[in-house]
Write a new protein. Structure first.
Length: 267
């Protein structure tokens, strides 16, 4: 896939701007990239913490030949691409730091998060990327259907590259982390963007092969006791598997429940 990157200093939302381009007939591969979002959002319309010039806020216009029931695959490959390149960035930093050290590096002070610790990148159903249990990125897909045909989809990615959460709301500070906070130094955003688009393009080229197996292997939610907010309802049970359309199968005390949307909450 060839990417047409359009950079903006400030936009309300890369998702909204990308959708506007789509409605005007823009081609697949258009990337709306912003240094700052003033009204960025995640799932369920939640605000996305987007301080200027620190991280990656982008949306990609896609026109895949997929059935509506396969739209969830776009979320899967987007999350996988982010997870993989974030892991590669962390591994490269650790390898470079160790190769330059004449003596084994000392453990970092607590204030430097887990700079020399083992960094584990996992997925949280349905679309969060976790770094040692904290959210480092989120993926959002919005689509437009014409009848039973997928017209286009917009894949939004927010990746906390160099964000500092010192001034963020307490709830955000408790749950979020950036690559900079984990590694203890600034990360080249342009290099991360290049890696991310390459990784996503490679996975997108594999469609219409299902990405479910790779997604499930990375999914930290499986095999755990979970509590999900599904609309006004709470669903609690053991997360046993993910269906090919991305739905989570939960074994509750009253039997099997298939959840197509919702948020995994802490027990």
């Amino acid at each position: 896939m060839k990417f047409d990157i359009r950079r903006f200093r400030t936009v309300p939302s890369t998702m909204d701007l990308c959708r506007a381009y789509a409605e005007q007939g823009a081609g697949e591969g258009l990337v709306v990239l912003a240094d700052e979002q003033t009204a960025g959002r995640g799932r369920a319309g939640r605000a996305w913490y987007s301080p200027p010039g620190r991280s990656l806020y982008l949306s990609i216009l896609l026109r895949p030949n997929l059935q509506p029931r396969q739209i969830g695959w776009l979320t899967m490959i987007g999350a996988l691409a982010v997870c993989e390149i974030a892991q590669e960035t962390a591994n490269a930093h650790l390898d470079d730091s160790r190769s330059c050290a004449s003596t084994p590096p000392a453990p970092p002070p607590p204030s430097q998060a887990q700079g020399w610790a083992a960094l584990q990148f996992k997925l949280k159903w349905p679309n969060d990327v976790l770094l040692n249990g904290k959210k480092v990125a989120g993926v959002l897909v919005e689509s437009s259907l014409i009848g039973n045909r997928l017209d286009y989809a917009v894949l939004g990615i927010g990746l906390n590259v160099n964000t500092s959460f010192d001034d963020a709301p307490e709830e955000v500070r408790r749950r979020a982390i950036s690559l900079r906070e984990a590694l203890g130094h600034e990360v080249d955003r342009n290099a991360v963007l290049k890696q991310l688009l390459a990784a996503f393009g490679a996975r997108y080229a594999m469609l219409p092969a299902s990405p479910l197996a790779d997604y499930a292997r990375r999914l930290d939610t499986l095999g755990r006791r979970v509590r999900l907010q599904v609309g006004d309802e709470i669903v609690e049970g053991d997360a046993v598997r993910v269906e090919d359309d991305g739905a989570l199968v939960v074994m509750t005390d009253s039997g099997k429940r298939t959840v197509t949307f919702g948020e995994v909450m802490s027990l």
